[in-house]
Write a protein that binds this ligand. Structure first.
Ligand code: IMP
Ligand code: MG
Length: 176
């Protein structure tokens, strides 16, 4: 099977959108104690670019969780491979995700973090794929909405590959 990546959003488009999100979030969270939570590994580039552009003080923490194996299908179960280093007590928590697909992963992450006494808990995702949603989950900030395609690049992988592409593309599988 041959794989071809077709660009959907250029690096410039992504950076412009991230700057807009950072401006909006900085405004919304002014005066608050923001803890940005990066969900590894997919959201790592989005997370750092967004954090750098925030104009209010923020603190950061990292968590590795996924409900995906090396395929394009969701297994549905959440595996936490690395938990946050610090407590969330009284902080305004902003979870940074790469893509919301079925919504399963995010719902489970939210449920887990909700029990940690944060002042608030909101979500910012680079991509949203609403056509595939299986469970209702609230997402406050969205970078781009994408169609029902398999997306790679800018942190997103297919079998751990393509994460380092500086743009976002859809992956096409061609029979040989
Ligand atoms: P969900 O639980 O179905 O919403 O899946 C969310 C996770 O699945 C994301 O954080 C990604 O790691 C992965 N995922 C879902 N759709 C895609 C895609 O199109 N490309 C790459 N990864 C994806
Ligand atoms: Mg993934």
């Amino acid at each position: 099977m041959k794989e071809v990546v077709h660009e959907m959003f250029s690096e410039e488009q992504i950076e412009k959108r991230i700057a807009e999100l950072a401006e909006q979030i900085s405004r919304d969270y002014s005066g608050k104690k923001v803890r940005m939570v990066c969900i590894l590994r997919g959201s790592v580039f989005f997370f750092t670019e967004l954090a750098k552009r925030m104009t209010i003080p923020v603190t950061i923490d990292f968590m590795a969780a996924s409900s995906y194996g090396d395929s394009t299908d969701s297994s549905g179960s959440l595996e936490v491979r690395k938990d946050l280093d610090d407590p969330l007590d009284d902080l305004d928590v902003l979870v940074i995700e790469d893509i919301i697909d079925t919504g399963t992963t995010l719902r489970k992450i939210k449920k887990m973090l909700m029990g940690r006494n944060a002042a608030s808990l909101k979500v910012c995702t680079l991509l949203d794929k609403p056509a595939r949603r299986e469970t209702e989950v609230e997402v406050e900030y969205i970078g781009f909405t994408v169609p029902d395609e398999f997306i790679v690049g800018y942190g997103l992988d297919y079998a751990q590959r393509y994460r380092n592409l500086p743009y976002i593309g859809r992956l096409e599988f061609i029979e040989e």
